[in-house]
Design a protein around this ligand. Structure first.
Ligand code: C2O
Length: 573
């Protein structure tokens, strides 16, 4: 078996040396003397664990107390609310992880060291907020500090839970089936494709950032974010391209090192068109396409329920596209960033996710309040879901979703950068964009579904209501092969067979996934795309039906769609 750490050590060419500056030159005691606990092996939370049973009791009280309100929430919240939150894994039961592309057991052990007791994490006090900045604008001192911190992380002993590879393994363990849900048989824990996506990754980056800061004795160290939502940030940040830098990774798509990102994965080669497409994708997944908080955050995922209930618009959109954009097609499974098990081995992954995390903050703070009824999930099964991480002192801690909802309480803030996608509503396209059609021209929904999606399909769907309606397009029972990269786009009244231009009113949204493990190798979900603005933009409010085009962006089979319908937005009075 190949050494686990073959790929993880810093490239020998990495010439970073401690800075002559006093701040950085002082070797941290943290580096050479990782605090190892020799206490008895971990006994993680189990059903009988007093902590966790207390948590359950509290939750029931909450439910009893909020009976009516909770029931009301449930009206707009898919899934049953009678379960429990997904519990943090039992680290001592961590098992083998699976390569998602071929379902073979991975030749790496993703499991973290099991070193001591778990404590419930309390957000520490701080004197100064860390400010996460755009990686494209980082000044040389900050670039130097970033590289130095990563270099030191790579130099930590391999079994130190804060080491570079152990940090990467966190992603592998939580995403590639190494953990089962405690007390739930062999039901996996999966932190993607559900409402756990944003909170898990926020906590993950939080500790990663604190570890890096500690390694350079800088409590204000902040991860940069890859500002791919702004034209100035729509290439891989150049600081990641220096082969001598600690933040370099050789396993990236050589064709995309300097290319404009393709958030829509349209395949367009025209840089100007790509920028326009990207802004349209951002506008659609952040502003136009969502009717409620779950459309953005992802679907409810509770204890004892199957993995992958459904990703939110940002996760399945820009987030997924960038994983695939960076991953190296010369590698067997798109390593590093193109596959969950290896994604954390590329420092760019954390920079990418710092921007994904930023999207959550922007969605909550910046977006117009009238778009969705609420931007907060108040369901206790969400708020009380928990994860385990090692903190910057190598202490194993349990964290809860409820404690990561406010980045400023967590000690970090974001550099303010303009958001050119915020008002990127496509120009009104009236007669020109409308298909001159007779209703008999396109097949009706019932004759097309269920659909095995292997090529572009176009069909007619009846609207729920005539006139100015607030409506959603619902794609039901999307069953996907979880081992593949899959993506399809949805257009309304569009004539193109392979639309390379998304900056038109016709683009309704997308479904996409990074390969991942699920017990059955397939998973089923549904998505909703809001049509309201499209109706206006295309002046089709008075039509009885629309023509929907589904364009696969991957090749080959892997997706079936059970049905499609248009419903009135249930959130509007
Ligand atoms: Cu946990 Cu972007 O993946």
């Amino acid at each position: 078996m190949a050494s686990l750490y073959l790929h993880c050590t810093a490239p020998p060419s990495s010439k970073l040396r401690p800075s002559p500056q006093p701040l950085l030159s002082k070797p941290s005691p943290f580096i050479s003397h990782a605090r190892r606990s020799h206490r008895h092996p971990l006994r993680a939370s189990s059903q009988s664990d007093s902590d966790s049973s207390k948590g359950r009791l509290d939750r029931r009280n909450v439910l009893l107390g909020l009976g009516g309100l909770y029931g009301a929430t449930n009206l707009i919240s898919p899934g049953s609310a009678s379960a429990n939150p997904v519990q943090a894994p039992e680290l001592d039961k961590c098992g083998a992880a699976t390569n998602l592309n071929n379902q073979q057991i991975l030749d790496v052990n993703c499991c973290p060291p099991v070193t001591g007791d778990i404590i419930d994490y309390k957000l520490p006090t701080f004197y100064k907020l860390r400010t996460r900045q755009s990686a494209h604008r980082l000044n040389p001192t900050d670039v130097f500090k970033y590289n130095l911190a990563i270099q030191r992380m790579k130099e930590l002993p391999e079994d130190d839970p804060r080491s570079f590879m152990q940090q990467a393994f966190i992603h592998c363990a939580y995403c590639n089936g190494a953990y089962n849900q405690p007390g739930q048989g062999d039901l996996d824990i999966q932190v993607h494709n559900s409402w756990l996506f944003f909170p898990f990754h926020r906590w993950y980056l939080y500790f990663y950032e604190r570890i890096l800061g500690k390694l350079i004795d800088d409590p204000t160290f902040a991860l940069p974010f890859w500002n791919w939502d702004n034209p100035k940030g729509m290439t891989i940040p150049p600081i990641f391209l220096d082969p001598k830098a600690a933040i370099y990774d050789a396993k990236r798509n050589p064709d995309n090192l300097k290319a404009v990102v393709d958030l829509g994965r349209t395949g367009s080669k025209d840089p100007m068109q790509l920028v326009t497409n990207n802004l349209t994708v951002m506008y659609t997944e952040m502003v136009r396409g969502n009717a409620d908080v779950y459309d953005f955050m992802g679907q409810p995922y509770r204890e004892g329920t199957p993995v992958n209930p459904g990703p939110g618009s940002s996760e399945r959109g820009s987030h997924t596209s960038l994983h695939i954009f960076v991953g190296d097609p010369r590698e067997p499974s798109g390593e590093d960033m193109g596959n969950f098990y290896s994604a954390g081995r590329d420092p760019l992954f954390y920079c990418h996710h710092a921007n994904v995390d930023r999207m959550w903050t922007l969605w909550k703070d910046v977006l117009p309040k009238d778009k969705v009824p609420t931007k907060d999930i108040t369901d206790p099964d969400y708020l009380n879901a928990s994860f385990l991480f090692y903190d910057e002192n190598a202490q194993l801690v349990r964290v809860y979703v409820r404690d990561c909802l406010d980045t400023r309480k967590m000690g970090y803030d974001l550099q303010r950068i303009d958001l050119p996608w915020l008002d990127y509503r496509p120009p009104i396209q009236t007669a020109l964009a409308r298909i001159k059609r007779t209703t008999s021209f396109f097949p009706k929904v019932f004759s097309v579904f269920p659909l095995n999606l292997t090529k572009v399909v176009r069909f007619e769907v009846q609207k729920a209501k005539k006139g100015k309606a607030d409506e959603l397009l619902v794609l039901e029972d999307i069953t996907v092969d979880t081992t593949k990269f899959l993506k399809f786009d949805v257009f309304v009244n569009d004539e193109d067979d392979n639309p390379l231009e998304l900056d038109k009113a016709a683009y309704a949204g997308t479904y996409a996934q990074v390969p991942h493990k699920a017990p059955k190798k397939t998973s089923t979900t549904s998505i909703r795309l809001r049509l309201t603005d499209l109706y206006e933009d295309m002046d089709i409010g008075d039509d009885d039906s629309i023509v929907v085009t589904i364009v696969p962006r991957h090749s080959g089979p892997g997706v079936t769609i059970g049905g499609i319908k248009i419903i009135e937005n249930p959130n509007k009075a």
